[in-house]
Design a protein around this ligand. Sequence first.
Ligand code: NIG
Ligand code: FE
Length: 414
Amino acid sequence: MSEQLCITNIGHLWGTYDISPINALRGRDLGKLPSISNAFLISRDGKIASFGQMEDLHPDHHMPVIDARGGHVFPAWCDSHTHLVHATSREKEFEMRLHGSTYEEIAAAGGGILNSANVLRNMDESELYDVSYQRFQQVQKMGTGAIEIKSGYGLDFDSEVKMLRVIRRLKELDEIPVKATFLGAHAFPAEYRNDHEGYIDLIINQMLPYIAGEGLAEYVDAFCDKGFFTPEQTARVMEAGARYGLKPKIHANELAVSGGVQVGVAHHAISVDHLEEMDEASISVLANSETIGTMLPGCAFFLGIPFPQARNMINANAKLALASDFNPGTAPSGNMNMVVSLACIKMKMTPEEAINAATINGAAAMELTSEVGSITPGKLANLIITEPMPSLAYFPYAYGHPPISKVILKGKVV
Ligand code: NIG
Ligand code: FE
């Protein structure tokens, strides 16, 4: 017997495509979110089987039914940039920032990423898995139906591999699609403080070949920013990644106009992420490329730095996604509902743009558009059912208490 589920009386079913977009939406298309009102949706064996208008639903009395009571349904969030695997929180640094220190000052004094690396290096793999598993369940409950997770808090061979093994175990649970990114080039570890070339050599000649050989990552990342990796160093890491079949998804332009966008686009990055500090040249290079610009408003909110200029980038015709950046230093939350609200409130994105950026374009930023990101027959039945609500705008409007009634993953209520 196949497992089926029918959701009835959906006020508005959003993100409906008979054939899914393969590529990310760009520019004005980001504002177009197709929908059906007064709809039903049927899932079979964890996948979307069909959907349509209630009047076309032929009742099958054997099928379990969820009555959405006029609530809206969208595709579950596709969170394409996270550091969900990490050892512990960093609220002491948060307090230091409340007293006036900046993120860069704390990092330069050996805190920040290096602080997280110290703790993680001393945590065994099973404990790291346990704390990460808790977060993985938590984000699913909040509506995340596909996720990318990075390494980058190990910064030595064994600890980077340990992180990637934990990511692999989360992937093997087969609960939601998971993509793994190797971020050895997140920071220079203390033991290489005076030997940056030595660390890049370790990444390129030891970590990358092993990680690629074991199939532990799909992507390679580098933190291309002021005080971290230069565009030239980033380019070498991306070139080495390419030799092993790892495509780039990189951290760019968080702290400064760093050249990260240009180097990412030149190396055909799937995405360049952060983009708080953009000049006209960087916007134009991004907009004239196939690379997705992934904005992480939780980071700007938490650090009190400028938000990405979403409207300028949309007007320039860029491809844009939204993601949580869930990490202990700059965005200690994997709540994509809040990310969507922040995108509207602080970046003036429309609800339609924000939802597209957090679903189909997030899927594209993980090369997962054939599996998730829209309401399309054959894709995973990963859905958010809202409480009855007056309009789509009510969802981002109601920040802090997202009106979610149920999260459905692979056709099952979470
Ligand atoms: O995406 N910016 C670089 N990496 C992370 C933060 C890392 C940390 O502070 O732990 C980010 O914001
Ligand atoms: Fe990040």
